[in-house]
Design a protein around this ligand. Structure first.
Ligand code: ASP
Length: 305
């Protein structure tokens, strides 16, 4: 499919990102919010200059991985065996090309590995040793000493006894009308060795097609059981629901099963939806209409508002 055939309006762009739905009101997220504000401005500038949605979401997630302020990339926490096994996925709505990695060890930016799976292989998901060998063969930056590289946030370490989690993600619409989504995570804290969540599962934690791009965060098992990210698109496509309703109902479905978390979504008209049923969700979004929002707890983000 050529970019010229994209159904979206030309010249309109939107960008949204999240830093996980495990936010706790007793914790100060001002540093993470300040970082997101800066990142949002840079991403908005890129989209305004004509960068593709898929390149921008990858760039945003790479920076969110590197900042160490979320449970992804540098901020990840080890599993019960003390190993850092990370998951990531990216999807280009223009072509529905997708790439993902899971249980990836020793690679600085899991999102780069996911991008290479999408662009350099015929596969969608590579796991464990095979994913790491592929990333090495691609010449991606590696981690020599995990104990020096990873810097789990103090706010996270304070909550190790709880089912804390965190993820980063970005969705975008570019000025050519193409959508893309990317998500990266360290998964649930103290996770069972071998446990994989929704993030790298295309359709569960990450999805982009010609009508919507979605990135999820929360207790991944529920998002997998609800196929949440693809469910937003299905509700728009078959249910004729608008973006806001489709996103809210998809999170309601997670809640009905007892799950907790949230999502960010952008549709082909550039509308942004932010929905969660957790206490908070670090998020930011900007549009070519001049909207620019960075927040963690405001009530209007609630799924049932
Ligand atoms: N969804 C991620 C997982 O289950 C965790 C998160 O979003 O915080 O691995």
């Amino acid at each position: 499919m050529s970019r010229a055939s994209s159904p979206g309006p030309k010249g309109v762009w939107s960008l949204a990102m999240h830093g996980g739905a495990g936010a706790d009101p007793s914790i100060d997220y001002s540093k993470a919010e300040a970082h997101m504000k800066d990142l949002l401005a840079r991403g908005a500038a890129l989209l305004g200059e004509g960068a593709s949605a898929v390149d921008v979401v990858a760039a945003m997630v790479r920076e969110l991985e590197d900042c160490g302020l979320h449970v992804a990339g540098r901020g990840a926490h080890p599993d019960q065996d003390g190993r850092y096994l990370l998951d990531a996925a990216i999807m280009d709505g223009e072509t529905r090309a997708a790439g993902a990695v899971c249980a990836l060890e020793g690679v600085r930016n899991p999102i780069d590995a996911a991008m290479r799976v999408m662009t350099e292989t015929k596969h969608v998901l590579l796991a464990g040793e095979g994913a790491a060998a592929f990333a090495r063969a691609q010449g991606l930056a590696l981690i020599e000493d995990p104990s020096r590289h990873y810097t789990p946030a103090p706010a996270v370490l304070e909550r190790l006894g709880e089912p804390t989690h965190g993820t980063v993600g970005a969705v975008a619409l570019d000025i050519d009308g193409s959508l893309a989504a990317a998500t990266s995570t360290g998964g649930l804290l103290n996770k069972t060795p071998g446990r994989i969540g929704d993030t790298p599962i295309i359709g569960a934690g990450t999805w982009a097609d010609e009508r919507v791009a979605v990135s999820c965060t929360g207790i991944g098992e529920y998002f997998m059981r609800c196929a949440t990210a693809a469910d937003v698109s299905a509700r728009i496509r078959y249910g004729r629901q608008g973006l806001d309703q489709a996103s809210a109902r998809a999170i309601d479905d997670v809640g009905f099963l007892g799950g907790e978390g949230g999502l960010i979504a952008i549709d082909v008209l550039g509308r942004v939806a932010v929905k969660y049923n957790s206490q908070g969700m670090k998020r930011a979004y900007a549009t070519s209409l001049g909207e620019s929002v960075v927040e963690t707890f405001a009530a209007r983000g609630q799924a049932r508002s």
